[in-house]
Design a protein around this ligand. Sequence first.
Ligand code: GLC
Length: 628
Amino acid sequence: MAPLLEGEPPHDQVLFATRLQRYWSDLLTGLTGAYPDHAPEMAYRVVEIAAQNFQQRPADLRLLDLRRHADPQWFQHPRMLGYATYADLFAGDLKGVADQVDYLAELGVTYLHLMPLLKPRPGQSDGGYAIMDYRAVRPDLGSIDDLRELATVLRSRGISLTLDLVLNHVATEHQWAVNARAGDPFYRQYFHMFADRELPDAYERTLPEVFPDFAPGNFSYDEESASWIWTTFNTWQWDLNWHNPDIFYEFADLILWLANLGVECLRLDAIAFIYKRMGTNCQNQPEVHAITQALRAVARMAAPALIFKAEAIVGPSDLAPYLGVGKHAGKVSDMAYQNSLMVQIWSALAAKDTRLFCAALNRFPAKPPTTVWGTYLRCHDDIGWAIDDGDAASVGLNGFEHRRFLADYYAGVYPMSDARGLVFQENLATGDRRISGTAASLAGIEAALNSGDDAHLDLAIRRYLLAYTLILGYGGLPLIYMGDELGLVNYYDFVEDPDHADDNRWVHRPPMPWDLVDRRHLEGTVEHRIWHSLRHAIAVRSALPSLDASVESEILDPVNPAVLVFQRRYQTQTMVGVYNMTTESQKLPRWVIPLGNWAWDALTEQTPLTDGPLTLDGYQVRWFVQQT
Ligand code: GLC
């Protein structure tokens, strides 16, 4: 250890050695899972990378490591609240974000995901997910120093900064790609490059298309290198070759460098796609989890305050492994998007029926207690109707028909639907139609505002608040998408920007209208009603131990399929959340709620649990709690 950490204070050397001992086997087994022929030599090299970055870790972040060590489940506390936004759309630039920290604090935010801000390629960049330099900030947003400064300001206010780690691909303008295109054999190994169509065609037989509309196929021809390049997303996003140990070293170092700037959580973008295997859909391969485990082990050695969030928007049976099942339990990502929950909420609201929701969510294995679900209603991406055919069949539905119904409903073409979504990437081969649109527009608020009908608006707002309260009450780390705290509707002006016009996901990525923001304190406005209702639920939530994310929500049989009932049993408190997913008033037998008559509704502070049946108004929520 001494040569590795020369000059470090003795207690830091001991600390690093202890972590090395603790995480060595996670590192080695992870590497063995993905690089069986190189694992031992890779492990030694990776430890050197960890040691170098540990030496560069600033004192305040080493202190943060110790604080996290004293409270390792910090990200599970009910006071945790996430917010996701683009720095420029929210506040102009990184300095502007620092200036708006009071606004975030007023909402109760403790975790801020700033959408891609590392230097992207010029022009179209998939919202910044086509990076040409991981070690520079997009120039109009600021500099690396501004980023470090912002992370420090946020940390001083108890807000953890999350950034994207785009690890499946780089922009064609990235130096690695430039070198590869110029024929450098070392860098050609960084990518999947093929001299002819033979292998690409063989892979294509089992590959789905992510952007069938504007980037069909998974390979693009590059004139300069006369090769077919693997490009899962756009032609200008080149997939990295994670079979190559050099890519692992690059990212191990990058992760720790970002952590040393003060980034506390990395969102592992498109993680499902990084490892390719002939004859499969090249998603969710076992090596993905082995690689994540090894990356996490390195991070724990040098910067243990850092956590990982998996962005794996995959089917229910593939999702659980991202939080770790079997040998990877608790050793991969600390958090993962609960995509099924999101889809099932929209599905239950459209169908006014919760049976499919219960069947789908009941099938999830228990997550490791050290991990959390990121619960969300909307994010910057489209919604894909990830309804499993088997789940649908188990409640008497046809999966294909139900997906079609949801696409019609949220595109607003289904009779009586007041949703105002846009169809994204219609796939004529599979019939899939994904949907763009803000949560408020999908929940009917836009249509109601346009109709000028107050009763309709009231109903749509209640539906919206129910959905968000479910996100807050499900257990997990709730992630609010920018503007949803005010109920922002679709932003149709996105078409004015030529770099955005053909990607309608920009309809739900509006700039923050600060004039509307001020209306949150103006009684009688939509913004006031939504802000205060959400703020109230957030405040109530933060004081409820039963909403600690280590606890699983158990789905109880609601008897009445219009309603969802979840039970959360924490050592000191049990909570039963009851959600009426329909417009109409609903009744539930009293016995459905396994609590005594002294349970109270934490949202209203009333004690309504009597012996008779429970009545719920349309879209009403109750959070019954009882000390145990
Ligand atoms: C992730 C991002 C999405 C992007 C894709 C490719 O899924 O959320 O916006 O298009 O990765 O980077």
